[in-house]
Design a protein. Structure first.
Length: 436
């Protein structure tokens, strides 16, 4: 009998990995300076506060050495800036609430997100969204990037269950803290485009929409940024939120705000590098500086939400797992088992409305053409895409894009060839039913 070595030896590489030995450049100083942002164009006032909001954050930086996710098998032996859980709770006057937890991780499996949601239900009755920013320099929370023989053959999962348990406790505690800190809030929005820092997949334009949701309370300002780009400029042995650590720090200081980042339609959307061979920390600095400068430039134009309501509709699409490499990764114990008794994987989809903004969510990396088409169907003034919400299930791309042969890697990192069509139909129905 002929033994097929390729799927076993390369399963984690084919699914999400990259068999390259990491380099080790020390971090460079961040030299960009930004002018202090003036007062918001619309200051906070109790009579204009249509919402309630609470914010909290907790560090989720590992205390011990972990296998890092997203690239070559590597241990995070150094730390360059903390990883964070940043939690925002919003509630309207009728009691409808949504909790958004943004985690500096590559992604969580849906079962991990559901466990957090179940724990949160004991003190919070609204919609819970657990987001991963998709940094490629955080602990392996999925399992695909553990030790490998000759950088190819997986030996065991990279998940550290002790870290996972601590992580979940911290996220639940973070959301609880945010609930306890609720106070009257005013929400405003601003949208623009952010060009020159990201490129789309082959022959496809990326979604360059850039949104800021500004939440003002009597005590603080929170900025929720929504854009689409992989935070993977750093490919080393450092634990880091990648370019986002500079956005959190420098934009926060320049604007007097807490900053939350939510990635959008990042399927195949990579950061643009600087020309020539150059230390990759510079690329992270460049990307962060561009985002910070754009944020400071457009913030004075933020418009107060006319609507004071929060609502949502949800759908679970049950997808049959057809990816043979994904099945093998489960069999080898690299990935947790996510299938039900009928061998299907639940894919949670949401259409939310927070004030004047409509938000569609995906538990993975949706291709930009899917998000752009769905946005045309949304009746909202501001149309946002939240990716990697309540799970990381790989790439979502349309069957025609799979058949084109242009996106072979992305097709390998997908549940099946028709998953994009199915989630498009489900979200289209949600948007249609949510129209007023």
């Amino acid at each position: 009998m002929k033994i097929q070595i390729l799927p076993f030896g390369l399963v984690s590489f084919l699914l999400f990995g990259c068999a390259l030995v990491p380099t080790s450049y020390p971090p460079l100083p961040f030299l960009h300076e930004f002018k202090t942002e003036p007062r918001p164009s619309v200051p906070f006032s109790e009579e204009n506060a249509k919402f309630f909001a609470g914010f909290a954050k907790r560090t989720i930086t590992p205390e011990t050495t972990q296998w890092l996710s997203g690239k070559a098998p590597r241990r995070g032996t150094k730390t360059h800036g903390d990883l964070w859980a940043r939690c925002l709770v919003l509630r309207d006057q009728e009691g409808n609430s949504v909790a958004i937890a943004s985690l500096d991780l590559l992604g969580l499996m849906p079962s991990d997100s559901r466990e957090i949601q179940e724990r949160v239900k004991s003190f919070f009755k609204g919609k819970v969204l657990i987001h991963s920013t998709h940094t490629h320099s955080a602990p392996d929370t999925m399992g695909l990037w553990g030790p490998r023989l000759f950088y190819l053959i997986p030996v065991r999962s990279g998940r550290n269950e002790t870290y996972m348990n601590t992580l979940k406790e911290k996220v639940v505690g973070c959301i609880s803290d945010a609930v306890d800190r609720e106070e009257p809030a005013l929400i405003s929005f601003v949208q623009d485009t952010l060009e020159g820092i990201a490129r789309g997949p082959r022959d496809m334009q990326n979604d360059e929409s850039f949104f800021i949701m500004q939440i003002l309370t009597k005590k603080e300002r929170i900025l929720l940024l929504n854009f689409a780009v992989h935070p993977e400029t750093i490919k080393q042995i450092y634990v880091t939120a990648d370019f986002l650590q500079y956005v959190y720090d420098r934009l926060g200081r320049a604007s007097g705000s807490e900053v939350v980042y939510i990635n959008g339609a990042i399927g195949g959307v990579q950061p643009k590098g600087l020309p020539g061979k150059i230390n990759e920390w510079n690329n992270a600095h460049k990307l962060a500086a561009t985002m910070i400068e754009k944020s400071l430039a457009v913030l004075p134009d933020a418009k107060v939400s006319v609507s004071g309501q929060i609502s949502w509709s949800s759908e679970t699409a049950w997808i049959k797992l057809e990816n043979k490499f994904w099945k093998l990764a489960i069999f080898l114990g690299l990935l947790p088992e996510e299938r039900d008794k009928k061998r299907r994987i639940p894919v949670e989809l949401n259409y939310l409305r927070i004030g004047d903004a409509g938000i569609i969510t995906f538990p993975g990396e949706v291709f930009p053409n899917i998000a752009v088409q769905l946005k045309t169907k949304m009746p909202d003034r501001y149309k946002l895409t939240f990716g990697l919400i309540n799970g990381e299930l790989g790439y979502f791309l349309l069957s025609n894009d799979v058949k084109s042969g242009k996106y072979k890697y992305h097709s390998r990192v997908s549940l099946g060839p028709n998953v994009g069509d199915k989630i498009f139909e489900a979200l289209d129905a949600l948007i249609h039913s949510g129209r007023k």
